[in-house]
Design a protein around this ligand. Structure first.
Ligand SMILES: Nc1ncnc2c1ncn2[C@@H]1O[C@H](COP(=O)(O)OP(=O)(O)O)[C@@H](O)[C@H]1O
Ligand SMILES: [Mg+2]
Length: 260
């Protein structure tokens, strides 16, 4: 069975892309077959696995998410292999910035991504499809959530990180009007600076929110994250002993255990 999980939070910089990329990689090393979908015009998920020249070449070509959605095609043809076993990707394009406008005239416009993934999901070729969402709450993110079974919401452990959570919860309620089975799998607390006590308050507030699951494993600030991204590599490929590499692996196991 293929589980589709969106990484979404309208707050930019909350760790969506870093979490999606490193959970995806960790799951792939556990033997799960993973398809990653870069849903953001900033191309950051694609840049997590390929260098800038390659990502720009993919973005300028015809085989990226923008064209697949615009032509409303089966997205099987848009999948590329990453350098890692069990880990594939549908890359993005800067043209995704115009997606809200493109969707506007499409029939059943909330369901285009869901329809594009139908064959891939039915084939059972992947255990997980992980979708990296942009920091917006509009028709395109509605598409991402309608195509998903679950949402993981990365939240940065900061006062402003918490500020956006209520908006996101309201948006999830809106999505459930047309996709009632959508579940919040959990909140992942990211970018924790353990030298500051503030993060404990963020954790307490979130863990005290009724009906919301917060993953046990938190992700702390680690300078290796940016070095890994600079090298277009998952953290544990860049530096196996990095603290965040271990934290992402533990979080991936926590997610995966839900179905074992
Ligand atoms: N655990 C971490 N430690 C240090 N920096 C991080 C960590 N997680 C994310 N970052 C950095 O924070 C910024 C935002 O993260 P990103 O994953 O791009 O967030 P989003 O996709 O929500 O905008 C990036 O520059 C990234 O390198
Ligand atoms: Mg991002």
């Amino acid at each position: 069975m293929t589980r589709v999980i969106a990484f979404a939070n309208n707050k930019g910089g909350s760790g969506k892309t870093t979490t999606c990329a490193n959970i995806g990689y960790s799951l792939s090393t556990l033997g799960r077959r993973v398809l990653l979908i870069d849903g953001d015009m900033q191309l950051n998920l694609s840049l997590s696995f390929f260098d800038e020249d390659k990502v720009l070449e993919l973005a300028a070509g015809e085989k990226n998410l923008y064209h697949g959605i615009k032509k409303q095609e089966d997205l099987s043809d848009y999948i590329i292999r990453t350098p890692y076993d069990n880990l594939d990707l549908i890359p993005s394009s800067m043209l995704m910035s115009g997606m809200e406008y493109e969707l506007f005239t499409m029939w059943q416009r909330e369901m285009i991504l869901k329809n594009g993934l139908k064959k891939i999901k039915a084939s059972g070729e992947y255990d997980y499809i992980l979708i990296d969402a942009p920091p917006t709450l509009g028709g395109w993110v509605m598409n991402i959530l309608c195509a998903s079974d679950y949402v993981i919401m990365p939240v940065e452990a900061s006062p402003w990180g918490l500020f956006g959570v209520a908006n996101m919860f309201e948006f999830l309620e809106d999505v459930r009007k047309i996709h009632e089975d959508l579940q919040l799998l959990g909140i992942a607390i990211t970018k924790v600076d353990a030298r500051k006590n503030y993060y404990k308050q963020t954790c307490d507030i979130l863990r005290g929110t009724e009906g919301v699951h917060v993953f046990e494993q938190i992700i702390r600030v680690d300078s290796e994250v940016e070095w890994a991204q600079d090298n277009s590599k998952p953290i544990s490929v860049h530096k196996k002993s990095a603290r965040s590499a271990g934290e992402y692996m533990a979080l991936a196991k926590e997610i995966d255990e839900r179905w074992q």
